[in-house]
Design a protein around this ligand. Structure first.
Ligand code: HEM
Length: 274
């Protein structure tokens, strides 16, 4: 399908996704000091605690819910549940998470606009991001009664088929999407626009949030105290090295010295970083 809807559902997703990926990469490369969540906790912690926690719990649930819901092929969940059951699951679970998110986001938005300290120190994009997310969330909640009416899961199948075709670079049937009620169309197009705006706002911190999972698998950082004067290659004062120093390993000699080096104090120097 060509024309307006063809552009919206076949071309626009790739525009948004390309800007999202390339824009994030360029910002990370060119302007790392701006790569932050820009917390305003130091200015006012009160409402932030409830607002931010409710918002983040809700939005993360919704984010992963959308990923699983849209990108799991029908053939994978078909043997266990019907499309209708999956749709109802999405309505109930998504509705609950959506409500948590709504309360949190409304608190954050209220605080950002009506708290003078926060408003004066906000960049225009800080307010814009909250407004855009709020509108997207409200329209998402408006789709719930529509989805409840399509208890057979037919709308969900159309949307999931579209999303899966986009990520697998296959042509989409924009006519089927164009026939859906307006809240779905708005939600899909506005949702893609969030990806478009992502690299130009504080939302870049989401990449870092997900990247922190890497901390679970990283090795301990060995911190050697200069005060204790432990020679390179030695992990504890007076003990042989766990890993032979490079020079020793290269010469093929044993890592165990015949005589332990003299060190002034013996104490625990293997520390975890704060
Ligand atoms: C991946 C895990 C995430 C982590 C670890 C994380 C962490 C943070 C932190 C530390 C802050 C600053 C403190 C605060 O104001 O609460 C923040 C703020 C914010 N985050 Fe996230 N975040 C994550 C995911 C997300 C997602 C998925 C979104 C939305 C798409 C999001 C949107 C926001 C917004 C809009 C703010 C500003 C709130 C305000 O007005 O102060 N975050 N986040």
């Amino acid at each position: 399908m060509s024309g307006f809807y063809g552009f919206l559902f076949q071309v626009y997703p790739y525009v948004c996704f390309t800007v999202f990926l390339l824009g994030s990469l360029i910002r990370f490369d060119q302007n790392q000091y701006s790569w932050k969540s820009d917390s305003s906790q130091m200015l006012r912690a009160g409402t932030l605690r409830w607002g931010s926690n409710l918002f983040h719990v809700g939005i993360l649930f919704l984010f992963f819910g959308h990923m699983v819901g849209l990108f799991t092929p029908h053939s994978v969940y078909g043997p266990f549940m019907t499309a209708g059951t999956k749709q109802m699951l999405a309505v109930v679970a998504g509705g609950f998470a959506g409500l948590l998110c709504f309360v949190g986001l409304t608190l954050l938005l209220h605080r950002r606009i009506f708290d003078e300290r926060i408003r004066h120190t906000s960049h225009p994009t800080d307010i814009a991001v909250l407004l855009v997310l709020w509108v997207q969330l409200v329209v998402g909640l408006i789709t719930l009664p529509y989805s409840w009416q399509h208890a057979d899961g037919s709308v969900m199948l159309i949307l999931a088929d579209w999303a899966q075709r986009i990520v697998t670079l296959r042509p989409v049937d924009a006519t089927a999407l164009a026939a859906l009620p307006w809240p779905y169309l708005f939600h899909v197009v506005f949702g893609m626009t969030i990806f478009l705006l992502f690299p130009f706002s504080r939302l870049v911190h989401v990449w870092s949030g997900f990247a922190t999972i890497g901390f679970l698998f990283r090795p301990y950082q060995v911190v050697r105290s200069r005060r204790l004067n432990v020679p390179a290659g030695y992990d504890l004062p007076g003990q042989p090295a766990a890993v032979p120093p490079r020079s020793v390993a290269a010469s093929g000699a044993t890592s165990r010295p015949t005589k332990a080096p003299v060190v002034p104090v013996v104490s625990k120097i293997q520390e975890r970083p704060l």
